[in-house]
Design a protein around this ligand. Structure first.
Ligand code: VGL
Ligand code: ZN
Length: 206
């Protein structure tokens, strides 16, 4: 890795793995690749989706159906999900096979009752900072390689916000999996429009 580079590993948590509460197909298959990538970076940052009971993003909170129904939040339309990554539960834990002991930061997000946060940089109101940009700037980390879950949501919006905040962003596409093919395609188009690069893990592993 070059100076100023960091690997940002998004939401590699039990609930997003097959068998979890909000499973991403093949989410577990990228764990070994992410471990290998991690060995190439001295700067590694993890994120952890971390919701309280009754969170605004849970369909159950509103007596609605997940995936198909939405609610109008103060900040706009919020998609609804099955209850997932509840604070302090086994499902919120990082995948037990992740081996990134040198990671310097585990950033939690989505912990406010009435605001979701897909992005590692800004909550879904597009205003409230998670503090990640400040951390990166303080530590002179300006180029980020993104991997993890999910392509169409938390990886996707982290890439868009990171780019908009002035970071050089590349998504390591073979180390990412997504929730819905249609929204993955739409997100990929948004990345292209924003000038976000995509790359493959082979560029970092020999
Ligand atoms: C995610 C939906 C809800 C993600 C998190 O990690 O992509 N998606 N919460
Ligand atoms: Zn969530």
């Amino acid at each position: 890795m070059a100076a100023g580079e960091a690997l940002l590993v998004i939401d590699m948590q039990v609930d997003f793995m097959p068998g979890g509460r909000l499973p991403v197909a093949e989410g577990d298959s990228i764990v070994p690749l992410i471990n290998r990538l991690g060995q190439r970076f001295s700067e590694v940052i993890l994120t952890q989706d971390w919701h309280p009971a009754g969170h605004i993003s849970f369909a159950s909170t509103h007596g609605k159906q997940s995936f198909v129904e939405t609610v109008e939040a103060d900040y706009g339309t919020q998609s609804l999900w099955p209850d997932h990554t509840l604070q302090q539960t086994a499902g919120a834990a990082l995948h037990p096979d992740l081996q990134l002991p040198h990671a310097g930061l585990i950033l939690r997000k989505g912990f406010r009752q009435n605001v979701d946060s897909y992005s590692a940089f800004l909550e879904n109101d597009h205003r409230t900072s998670t503090g990640l940009a400040g951390y990166l700037r303080d530590r002179n980390l300006s180029r980020l390689l993104l991997c993890g879950l999910a392509w169409d949501y938390c990886v996707g919006f982290s890439a868009l916000d990171g780019k908009a905040l002035g970071f050089d962003i590349a998504v390591v596409t073979d180390a990412v999996r997504g929730i819905q093919p249609g929204s993955m395609d739409a997100m990929t188009k948004q990345w292209q429009g924003a000038g976000i690069k995509t790359t493959e893990s082979s560029s970092f592993l020999q």
